[in-house]
Design a protein around this ligand. Sequence first.
Ligand SMILES: C[S@@+](CC[C@H](N)C(=O)[O-])C[C@H]1O[C@@H](n2cnc3c(N)ncnc32)[C@H](O)[C@@H]1O
Length: 356
Amino acid sequence: MKKKCIQVEQHLGEQLRLMLVEHGHLDTDYPITKDGTHLYFPLRHKLSSNELAELTQNLPNLKQVEKELEPISKKPADLSTALQGILTDDLHQFLPHSLDIVGKIAIVELNEKVVPFERLIGDAIMVVNSHVSTVYAKEGGVEGVCRIRPLRLIAGEGQTQTIHTEYGVKLAIDVTQTYFSPRLGTEHDRVASLVQPGEVVVDMFTGVGPFALLAAKRQPVQVFAIDVNSHAIQCLQKSLELNRLVGEVVPLVGDARKIIQNQLLGKANRVIMNLPNDAFSFLDAAAEALHKNGGTIHYYGVVTESVTIESLGTIVTDELANVGYDTQIKDSRVIRPAAPHEDQVVLDLHLTPRKQ
Ligand SMILES: C[S@@+](CC[C@H](N)C(=O)[O-])C[C@H]1O[C@@H](n2cnc3c(N)ncnc32)[C@H](O)[C@@H]1O
């Protein structure tokens, strides 16, 4: 089809591209083309004489022309392809290589070099991932007691709530008010598959409840799912309705230690402790939640160059010995990188109370 374009000498192309992006004139559905001496930038609409005058003030010798152009084929395979001709070649190396998709929301970490182009990158993420309707950039790491990540909206509708499906279970999530990482999906599935029919499980730091929901979906069990963040527990309540699991999981808002001491002493066959930076200080409470014959604890921690997974195992079993338990480490594994030189790990522990 015939498309209005701005013709510019090749050496002025980058300056013009930035101005067109800034004014919202560049039509990114069409390619930027070139002939021997000129580049042609496709326009969203025909520019008025005032709009053209504004551009020629800074860049003389621009012309508005018509070119025969076909739209860029839809659904490029990846972000770099989607941004071909839109971002200069030297910026492509700074594009994100991975992103988290939570339901209809994408969350991306941007290199500072491409932050000025975040709107274009966000739009391109939605083109490549057609079910995504909102894109946020990470503004730092997870923080505070509730482990929430600050986010900045860069493209799309700006929704904060979504439904994410993990191993067939629907999870209601508010990405601005609750912790959730789709990168833990395999671990949620692994632990849920270890749960046996009839067990009582205490999920001490449940967040929006992925461990609790997956376990309850698969087996007739009772799960007590605790979180100090009331927004997370509201999401869990919604998920219980979505998955018809009301009654199988008991959502509890508050501090895990207090809730265990007030109502869950000696009840559990299995305790899940996914609070990697602080689980250690709750080990005594987790042990108290276990049945009088003992049981299983899934302990999440962080290892560094100085604290290996083996030394973490020793520190944790020593602490449990101090509170009266013999501990066997049944399994230990790295779950994912947590930061440069830091990995998130899990220890599957079997505890037996020491004979007095
Ligand atoms: C790393 S998130 C884990 C969420 C969840 N287990 C998952 O896999 O998605 C830790 C959660 O612990 C909660 N939390 C922190 N301190 C707590 C406490 N003292 N008692 C109960 N929950 C707590 C936070 O609000 C957060 O939702």
